[in-house]
Each structure stands twice: as C-alpha cells, then as structure tokens.
Design a protein around this ligand. Sequence first.
Ligand code: NCD
Length: 305
Amino acid sequence: MRHLRTIDDLGVDGIQRVLDLARDANSLPSLRGRAVASLFFESSTRTRLSFETAARRLSAEVLSLAPGVSSANKGESLRDTLLTVEAMGADVLVVRHARAGVPGRAAAWTSATVVNAGDGAHEHPTQALVDLFTLVTRLQISQGRGLEGLRIAIVGDVAHSRVARSGVRAFTALGAQVTLVGPPTLLPPGLETWPVEVAYELDEVLPKVDVVYLLRLQEERMQGALLPGRREYRARYGMTRERVARLGGDALVMHPGPMVRGLEIADEVAEDPRCVAREQAVHGVAVRMAVLSYLLEGGTGGRGV
Ligand code: NCD
C-alpha cells in the first residue's frame, strides 16, 4: 500500500517518477472504477479543486465531503468519519486537516491509500511536487535531471508553513541549495538539523539566488505577537518591484497561494512574467493526476515495467 503522507514517502526515485508521469498527464491510464474521496477539514481553493479535477480527468469517481455540513461538527470522531468514507468504497483518501499527523493516523485507521493535502504546520507534499514540476518545466530541465546548482530562498513565515517543510525536503532531495529567510520569530527552532542555510535579511540574499519562494503570513496559526508589524514586515521581507529589479535576470518568484497582495508580494510583482504563481496553480492538476496514478498503479503509470 502506497501513501503520500510526507515527501519522504516518495524518495528521490518516487519524486522523479511523479514528475515524469506529470509531463505525460494526458496519457495516463484511466482510473475508472476507482473512487477518490476529497476530505478537506480546513479551507482550500487550489488544492481541493485540482485534486477533484485530477481525479475526474482520470475518470475516477469523486466523493466530496463538505466539512461545514458533514457530521464532523456533530461530534463524530474523525476515525468514524474516515471509516464511513472508506466503507462507501473510497480507494484514496485525500486529507487536509488543521492538525499535524492526521493523514498518518488515517493511513493506520483505514486500508485506503492516503494522500496528505496539508496537515497543520507539518507537510504539504503535493504542493512541493507542483513546485518542482513548475521549476523543471519553466527552466526546461530535462527528464531525470535534478536541480543541482539551483539556489532557492524560501522567505517569510517558515515556522507555520507546511509548504516550506515539504519544499525543503523536495528541493534538497533533487540537489538544490535552500536558504530560509525571515525574522527570527517566524523561523522554527531546531533549524540546525535542517539541510538549509538561514538568513535574516532578504536584501542580502536577493542577488545570490535563482528562485525566491514567498510564503503567506499564516496568522491563523500564530499564537501571540510574532510579527514585527505588517508595515515593517513589508519593508524587510515584502517582494516589491524594487527588489525584483535586484534579482538576477533569469530569477523566478514563486508563491503557493493564496497571495496577500501588498504584503508579502506587491501587486506588480504578482503580475510580472517572472512570477510563476499562476503556473503553479495550473500545474496542480497534472501533478495530482500523476500522484493518483503513481499511488494506485504502483508507479508504472499502468504501462508495466
Ligand atoms: C498553502 C496551504 O494551504 O498550505 N496553500 C496551498 O495549498 N496552495 C499555503 C497557505 O495557506 O499559505
């Protein structure tokens, strides 16, 4: 049974395989007769839409749970909810939850394949795969090649970011060098064990990187006053037009969405051709088709090995 709870469930070979399948997403074998349950216990736009679209394009059935109107808010335990969905025939549970570790529990409770669509501040592995796919497509990196030599700065609220945790694992697995940039209050403790460099000033890092990956300030997960103030945050870490001008000529700006324009990213930067946020959103469907196919067809894309 394959699951995608963290990027580490794939390893380098699995990551490369998913990227290869995503390049060829329109010729993936049909998943007719399979059912994918979309279980978003926390809000989502891109991730949910792209998972459901991906499942439908592969002709799978989609079971969709709207948390606001499900019995999850009548006191039913999460385990009972998941077991009910499994009993309705779901082969895959795509799970987003505000609590870290829920996808791991789901994999232990049920016999379905589990995909983590974001759990608390832990991981968001399919976002990292989308980001990798966006990079290899935009930079025209050929099949099977890594990201050796690519320098990526991940900027902002790393402490609360599952996107950053999965991104660091995925980018470094393929050979990129990652620098985390932010005020000390928004960087998590224990970074000495992460395979990254750390910097506190964006302006020092800008000329030295190929990719600036911006994170949203996840105030819904902040306890206490961690922010220096929005104005100061924008002044030190906001991606402004002036800062984009100081990037290398081929450098890219990334953002997983939702973007807060005027805070971590200026309006003009979001519209700049070097900002690939829209491509990230668009590639979400192909990459999630690849993930579903990889997990259900055993990584062969149905063609046998
Ligand atoms: C992110 C998430 O939900 O983790 N968005 C996404 O899935 N594209 C990032 C965020 O909420 O800031």
